[in-house]
Write a protein that binds this ligand. Sequence first.
Ligand code: 1CP
Length: 349
Amino acid sequence: MSVPTPQADSVLVRAARRQPVPHTPVWFMRQAGRSLPEYRAIRADVPMLQSCRTPELVTEITLQPVRRHGVDAAIFFSDIVVPLQAVGLDLDIVPGTGPVVARPVRERSDLDRLPELTPEHVPDITESVGLLVAELGDTPLIGFAGAPFTLASYLVEGGPSKNHERTKALMHGDPQLWHDLCARLAQISLAFLRVQADAGASAVQLFDSWAGHLSRADYLRFVEPHSRAVLEGMGRSHPDLPRIHFGVGTGELLAQMAEAGADVVGVDYRVSLPDAVERTGGRYAVQGNLDPALLFAPWDALERRVREIVEEGRRAPGHIFNLGHGVLPATDPDVLSRVVELVHEVSRR
Ligand code: 1CP
């Protein structure tokens, strides 16, 4: 039997596997990014997608929050649209807006612009992950990808969307095209996760950020089979890597998202951790769920809430402390460091 590396037997991986841990692991979605002055400095003259494809920059930006906050995991600095650009789709990440697709995907012929992803499309990702794993020591790296529905929403709408109206019109109006599009996106996401896992990532997170906009019936019919293909595909090729499945406003979908093939279900601040555990039958680890806006509250109030979440997490089968969604750009980074310290201190067994 092979001996696990320190990263593969880290506190984060153990919590995800529902094994005993010395303290609650903590990391933050969007921990690398605009809340850090050192990030703003290094990104000043480099467009977002270019920085995602430059291994020295990816490595430095991914390491910044690990050095500064002492979090229990690094999250690979990239974006959910990177693999789509890598297969040749014309898109950009526009400052202040997000991903914008030059020609939206709405007809069958548009699928031709979305070939399958192979490792040869992303040699830089293999290189970045390799550099990072060497630098990170005992700290595990979380690889990630966008889930088919959230990716499809950007492709069909052409950019960020409040109501996802064209996306929903397509899924109901032409279910066959919808399923073919999502099957292709599932292949791309799975291949992107496998590249990161093969290069040394210790866990993966599938971001279905906008799944909370769907009814349970639509989620099960139009989305779940494709997310399942990604998560179960990872389970087959990399059974030792925990799989985290995250969405925003997905309180009504937690059981379905867990059962789609996850080890850990992401919980946003709208649902308490005990409710999330109950909704998922007590069979899954949970990740969350501090409201990112509370990082702006007076320390006393924030401390109370952090202690509560740690206590609630102790009664879960496994708990990874995180925010309910990403760090807001105006967040004081010193507050994040204090939260990490507090979580470690109050959860130490
Ligand atoms: O110039 C900048 O700083 C651009 C802002 C930015 C950053 C820092 C974008 C544009 N993407 C990222 C990095 C990023 N994206 C990470 C980095 C790792 C970390 O967490 O530290 C991750 C995990 C993502 C994933 C991502 N991109 C998601 C899923 C996570 C989530 O927040 O729900 C989504 C939905 C995107 C799309 C996207 N990319 C960027 C923006 C502003 C958006 C959202 C736009 C929208 O509202 O639709």
